[in-house]
Ligand binder design. Structure first.
Ligand code: NAD
Length: 371
């Protein structure tokens, strides 16, 4: 088993592989390359920060075109996890693992157990969970080799699917943003467009229905759309129209980068609050464009923190469903604080959230040093 910290110029596929510079730019602590010929495992674990606690973040399996692309994804996602957990008030830091290759070809028990051994070798500095293309079965294999894995099924003592609680947190984010935009958080009669009725989106709809919101939905999956329309009285709109219908609130729950040069000109809403990760194609540029249009945007990584709250509690053996739901309600206040901080300091909400997260990391870091 070979685990080595990244070396400058370790990658060779283009000129941007000075990994030390890139780690320094994003203030990363450690980058770990894991390789195993027997199983074909090629994984990169990015540990952005362990100031608040172990670096926690899911493993993603993807057939990256280059090592460079995989490193970029790992570094960016791990940093996002640091901010997400810090803003969620958790005592965990940020990390992420990317597994390079085709899931249909590579996945096996040995492959994931080998990966589990690599995680174990980090002695709890990195804690993994599920992400794109990683199932609970895969996590169970990892769990056979390390206890530094969370998000396990309920039948083995885990917290189960995180999408239900993520949907609840998203609902809290929507209500908080509505309160800020309209002076009250009731969603009664509000036209809410939910893009994507997958695991999170579909679990958001009952909350919106209960408040008598007018729900509009889009998805690429017709069966899901029809089910959601039938079950929650939602109106189906096309993938293009979801950006341009007259609406009060837009809730992206499918894809990243949906707030971009093209869609910003189409959007006719007062609020954007949804679960999808990385909604702003360019954080500064598109965050500012929303501010100019007086659209209230609550940062995705704050709104969608319900899942990390649940898996962190599971890891620390504190998981209790009722207690976690109560904690997730704090997303409402976190969003209000961010929006107010942004307004007071005349900055975009995304930046406000990052600054508040950094403040918490800094002050708790100092607290730890002082004893
Ligand atoms: P999912 O794959 O279950 O659902 C995504 C849905 O979006 C699917 O129904 C898919 O058909 C649909 N979709 C794909 N392309 C679309 C398009 N162009 N237009 C409209 N719909 C489209 O994923 P999920 O778990 O529901 O996650 C949704 C988003 O929330 C993702 O960005 C994810 O990263 C983020 N998120 C999820 C969780 C979680 O706990 N599941 C936690 C945090 C963040």
């Amino acid at each position: 088993m070979i685990t080595k910290s990244a070396e400058a110029k370790a990658g060779t596929d283009d000129g941007k592989s000075d990994y030390f510079s890139r780690m320094s730019e994003l203030d990363h602590e450690q980058l770990v390359f894991c390789q195993d010929n027997e199983t074909g495992l090629k994984a990169i674990i990015a540990i952005h920060s362990t100031v608040l606690g172990p670096a926690m973040g899911g493993s993603r399996m993807w057939n990256y075109a280059t090592t460079e692309a995989a490193v970029t994804d790992a570094l960016r996602l791990a940093r996002g996890m640091t901010y997400k957990s810090a803003m969620a008030g958790l005592n965990v830091g940020g990390g992420k693992a990317v597994l390079i290759g085709d899931p249909d070809v590579l996945k096996s028990e040995t492959y994931f157990r080998r990966f589990g051994k690599f995680i174990e070798s980090l002695n709890g500095k990195y804690v993994t969970a599920g992400d794109v293309n990683i199932t609970v079965k895969d996590l169970s294999y990892i769990h056979a080799e390390t206890r530094h894995v969370t998000g396990l099924p309920e039948n083995v003592g885990g917290s189960g699917s995180s999408s239900v609680i993520t949907a609840y947190g998203t609902y809290m984010g929507i209500k908080s943003a509505a309160k800020y935009a309209y002076g009250q958080d009731s969603l009664e009669g509000k036209k809410i467009a939910v893009q994507g009725v997958g695991s999170v989106g579909i679990n958001l709809l009952p909350y919106l229905k209960k408040e008598n919101a007018k729900i509009y939905i889009s998805d690429v999956d017709t069966a899901r759309l029809q089910f959601a329309a039938r079950e929650y009285g939602a109106h189906i709109v096309s993938q293009e129209d979801i950006y341009q219908i007259e609406m009060d609130i837009f809730a992206p729950c499918a894809l990243g980068a949906v707030i971009n040069d093209v869609t910003i000109n189409k959007l006719k809403c007062n609020v954007i609050a949804g679960a999808a990760n990385n909604q702003l194609e360019h954080e500064e540029k598109h965050g500012e464009a929303l501010r100019q249009k007086a659209i209230v945007y609550v940062p995705d990584f704050v709104v969608n923190a319900g899942g990390i709250m649940a898996v962190a509690a599971e890891y620390f053996k504190e998981y209790n469903k009722a207690f976690i739901y109560q904690k997730v309600e704090n997303i409402y206040t976190a969003c209000t604080d961010i929006l107010q901080y942004a307004e007071t300091n005349n900055i975009i909400a995304q930046k406000a959230a990052i600054l508040l997260a950094e403040q918490r990391i800094h002050s708790i870091g100092n607290l730890k040093k002082s004893m």
